[in-house]
Design a protein around this ligand. Sequence first.
Ligand SMILES: Cc1cc2nc3c(=O)[nH]c(=O)nc-3n(C[C@H](O)[C@H](O)[C@H](O)COP(=O)(O)OP(=O)(O)OC[C@H]3O[C@@H](n4cnc5c(N)ncnc54)[C@H](O)[C@@H]3O)c2cc1C
Length: 304
Amino acid sequence: VGGLKKILHKLEDIEVFEDKDLTKFSTLQLKARGDLIRVKSVKSLSNLLGKFFDNNIDYTLLGWGANTLLKEKSEKPYIQLAFPIPDDCLKIFRERYVLPANIGLNILTSHASKFCLSGWEVFTGVPASLGGAIFMNAGTNLGEIGNLVESVQIIDKKGTEKKIEVDKNSFSYRKNNFLKPGDVIVSATLIHMGKDTDIPNKIRDYLNFRKQSQPLQKKTCGCTFKNKIVSNSGVEATCHAGQYIDKLGLKGFRYKNLRISPVHANFIENLGESTYTDFVEFVGIINDELELHYGFKFDLEVRL
Ligand SMILES: Cc1cc2nc3c(=O)[nH]c(=O)nc-3n(C[C@H](O)[C@H](O)[C@H](O)COP(=O)(O)OP(=O)(O)OC[C@H]3O[C@@H](n4cnc5c(N)ncnc54)[C@H](O)[C@@H]3O)c2cc1C
């Protein structure tokens, strides 16, 4: 029995997989192996984090892996939430929704479409768990999820459960400002802006737009680079990373088994058995090219 299993053998409601093939645990599907712990209840998560704290073990939370690059051999164990989704949480229209962090945004989008929830269209088509979306303040050009979050329930690195009230200052572009290292979101309370009968149309149109403008059938991690705000003589403008890469004629440019998507220049497609190292090298090459031509690099949106 390996080290992790020994330390965690008394804990209930968890499954431990040592040295598991994790290639399919991220949407980019880089070749990856590591230890994975599936946690089935909030109490077991609290016990697990307490144990990790006592044994000085660091960990990484994994949602849908839609914005995370997994390493060929991870030193830290991954934790994946597998809480039961209550049957009744999305059956009826509510003023506010208390939802487990592992619920998929796609399920929330279906609910928003059915009950015409204004505000919930902002995350249409974003592949994510609710926890991953809040961590990243995921959004589209319709808005960001941060504006819909009223509070989150977390377990901190010592295993203590806490409630954090949040507002719009708790978020910035693709970033939350309130979680501390090791905090795990276990559930969140979401609000909306009332009913709007146009929401189902907005959601449908936006899904169609995404189908045409993004390589949704390929293995990617969404946008690789963050857009950049630059200030020129006091006037702020957003530089869209994809447009800058496209202007250099780099759509379709290939490095090993990775290529810049011919459909969307900020997406990198994994065409074969690529690795974390390949991806980091490729991103470095693209950023060097951007710096050479425009005088600046773009920060990564994807988390290394
Ligand atoms: C095809 C495609 C299109 C995309 N389009 C968009 C888009 O339009 N807009 C956008 O914003 N993003 C987009 N993305 C990126 C991605 O969907 C988002 O960043 C999303 O929020 C990631 O959620 P996740 O559950 O996969 O998180 P993961 O990638 O698994 O994790 C992301 C980060 O959140 C942390 N985390 C996850 N769950 C928790 C939790 N419960 N508690 C604490 N920390 C947690 C992880 O440790 C990690 O640091 C796209 C990705 C793909 C593949």
